[in-house]
Design a protein. Sequence first.
Lengths: 358, 282
Amino acid sequence: MPGRLAIVFSLSMIGAAVLAGADTPGGERPDLSGTYDVATRTPFQRPKALGEKLTLTQEEAQAVARREASIAARADAASDPNREVPEVGGSGFAGELDVPELDFAAGKVGGYNWFWIDRGSGAFQIDGAWRTSIVIDPPNGRLPPMTPQAQKRAGALAKLFRPNTGTAWWLEAGLNPGPYDDPEIRPLAERCLLGFGSTGGPPMLPVLYNNLKRIVQTEDHVLIFVEMVHDARIVRMNAEHAPPEVRKWLGDSVGRWEGGTLVVDTINFTDRPALANASRNLHVVERFSRIDTDTLLYRFTVEDPTVWTAPWSGEYVWPASDQRVYEYACHEANYSFRGILGGARVLETEMEGKTGEE
Amino acid sequence: MKFTLGVFTAVCAMGLAAMPAAAQSSKSEIARLANGKPDLNGIWQALNSANYDIERHMARASLQLREGPHGPLPDVPLLRLGAVGAVPGGMGVVEGGKIPYTPEAAAKREENRKNWLDRDPEIKCYLPGVPRANYMPFPFQIFHNENSIFIAYEFAGATREIYTEDVGPAETDSWMGQSVGRWEGDTLVVDVSGLNDQTWLDRSGTHHSYKMRVTERYTPIGPNHLQYEAVIEDPEVFTRSWKISMPLYRRIEEGARLMDFKCVEFVEELIYGEYRRKPLER
């Protein structure tokens, strides 16, 4: 795949491209219209070991690129048609590589390879320097602590997720309601309501695949089309927010120009925003500006005092793409959702049969 | 009557030209982009009964009927909807009134009508396809600048990019198809191909195959109206091409906007309810 080679190539170009400042001087309004591929291998939160280190040296960046290239080479390799049946519980390469995404994406029990995963071809630079994370504030690149209430909520949610053991473990654990009892308690992405990982946001974050964004800017609106689950964010320019009883899956977004920067303010979320752990009180301010003709700088600040003890901010670049966005019809063929719920009923019947319950 | 005459007299007396509404629209009243093309930006909506039945039709008791002792009655699952479940009449949007089905396709349409509740993809909140998306009872918003045209629909959060350059044949079939637009004077002509065979054209079983091609024409006929036409070709299902035509109205009220209507969450009980741990009464 040519995309993987680009990691090495772009690293060799360090220093060649010094990026212009974020805000266009003189207040001229740029046209942000275009298609952007926001995939990046740069992590959302910074690895703890890096502390407050915002950028990588060329040597460090090359080391990361070598590791990524090695993972990608193995993950993209054709599956061995003569491989043995994996052992119960899985013995796949995911564990060996220590890449948590692979546990889900390729599967430890014989998922084929990374054919359908697209985390982009490299890391991103701002002002010519490789960044260590998307989150830049707090300075350690990690989300601030959650409030006790939010920690409790997140803890309860975490109890609902376990690796598939092939049994109705939630009955043994005494969970009521169980994690598969009703469609409404499943993750929004499983239900085809929103893409996973805050791809539609806001804030709009890079995810495992389908990372295209399409912007069409007009005088009084900016459309931000999110590839996954065909979500159209409609930003009303110089408008007032809808009254608080009007809540939206992607929140209510109004925009204004500050010089050459499009500032989008979003509130009025539902009880379950795309952003993990966020609540209906989420408030996101996004700033879009042009770095050059092929690149946007995307910056955002997240506030939700009922969830995080402080606001936090991040930034990353959106490179233009010549790809077209294909239709992401999710709900129309969500056969696996029926399988998830129906499968849980089968496991429950098996377990209840064994334990002699109803 | 007296009142009308009075107004008429007053207008004449004031020396104003009382022009018919249609004649008041002229090319100069159409909003335009800097490049001179009509500006299609706005929130638009059809105002007719085409989503019930695109053909000319009288009002009827229900979308799914059974035989009663004195004529058709609503089928059992729809009975309790009463007047809300009835179909409003309409002069139809099909030029000539009738769709030129092949005999087999006409029979399938009748089957579809008898099984409307099971078969209409709108009920399951599936992407509505083209042209149906344009005349559902929901608004849609056109985003239009000199290089791009994009349509967002309220129903099911459906979307379409209308490419303004040749992108070649559709690489895969999809619910909303591949749309490629060009201008003929003040008319935006959109060729839609790559549509799958899963969508309907109304709640009355109007169906098509994956070979359907739709040629749409959007023509401003005033500051707040577009004339919408769609020529439909599908040799598997129709004996010739045929055309639908209707005005689209701008939603002019203050604060008009698309609301959320993802609708996936509204059909989960219908589609998945039987798989709940404790199924509800169904």
